[in-house]
Ligand binder design. Sequence first.
Ligand SMILES: Cc1ncc(COP(=O)(O)O)c(C=O)c1O
Length: 424
Amino acid sequence: MISREQCAARDAADPLARLRSLFAMERADAGGLIYLDGNSLGALPKATPGRLREVAEAEWGEGLIRSWNSAGWISLSQRIADKIAGLIGALPGEVVVADSTSINLYKILHAALAARNINRVGILSERTNFPTDVYIADTLAKQHGLELVLADTAEIADRIDDRVAIVMLTHVNYRTGYMHDMHAITRRARTAGALVVWDLSHSAGAVPVDLHRAEADFAVGCGYKYLNGGPGAPAFAWAHSEHIAWMTDTEWRQPLSGWLGHAAPFAFSSEYQPAWGMARFVCGTPPVLSMAALECGVDTVLAAEAVGGIQAIREKSVALTQLFIDLVEQRCAGHQLTLASPRAAAERGSQVSFAHPTHGYEIMQALIARGVIGDFRAPDILRFGFTPLYTRFTDAWDAVDRLRAVLESGEWRDARFSVRAAVT
Ligand SMILES: Cc1ncc(COP(=O)(O)O)c(C=O)c1O
């Protein structure tokens, strides 16, 4: 049996431990709160409130509209995009930061469809992909007279054939944390002549991603999960430079061709001419306050570079998720929790999910009442995210200790825990 002392010793030896001080965790610590939901909303970086105050009071309050130039607001999104590029194996200039993941997916799928082999009939995705991905792909498929084919996780690779135009997958599944082999799937798609679009929402900042080495075509991802950009943070989109080249050569327009994606927005021409490269994926005015917060969040991930970078993050993530699985299975046995995440670390992202056949929601609410924040994904998943920048080994131990208490006492049966909130 793993002891709390052993976990404390692992924290003491952890090269990433000092990065926790980059986050505003004092109140959580004072209240005994354990945060295991950074896969849904990353914690607040300490730098963010001060930076937001500076943007609001100095740049907006004093600089007023001059700040688009004098404070660099107009180039802020590209600066952040180039930082994110370094985390996902992309080159500077290939990433754009704008809008939400859903909207970026719409624009990127549109681009992929423009580049597709016209004899092909389908977009292939995973049945348990995040709903927004499925809805957006379905809309685009219908608009283009194509079929959206949804397959089970284990079948995906075998379903890639010469009828498939685009394979669109989320690298790490939001429910189970299952991580696809990006390189193998992309290779298979390339061999079959299909393009691949990856959703990196649960990968960027959490697991190593090398889009160029994988020879992927397009990607999108979220700014408010492991990139710690704050609620509703802007998202990102990526295209391989080969695709950027044909878009530029053909003056291809993205479907939301707005004024800030124009080659010369301040010419105010009534004729649209797309900006060079990925800049055309911008539609309207960037949300400067949100961008400023996102940059602070991305910088927390970049701060790990001094202590081993994304490889060190991944090593700690694997160690944390393995510890949590082992502890739950040892200490909460007999309470109908079954592991819904892959047992093999190589197939697991930075989260652990357990299924409960009937009362997952109530158990999670009771656990939150005991100060352990995870979340519930219908119909049966208790989900726990591990962010190596601020999650400690002792957090995993304490969380399981409280989960055990919730299960042994049966306190989750209290009627107040079955009241469904709007966000679960
Ligand atoms: C895989 C995936 N894609 C997209 C989204 C959300 O997209 P948006 O930011 O547009 O709401 C999520 C949110 O959890 C997600 O898990």
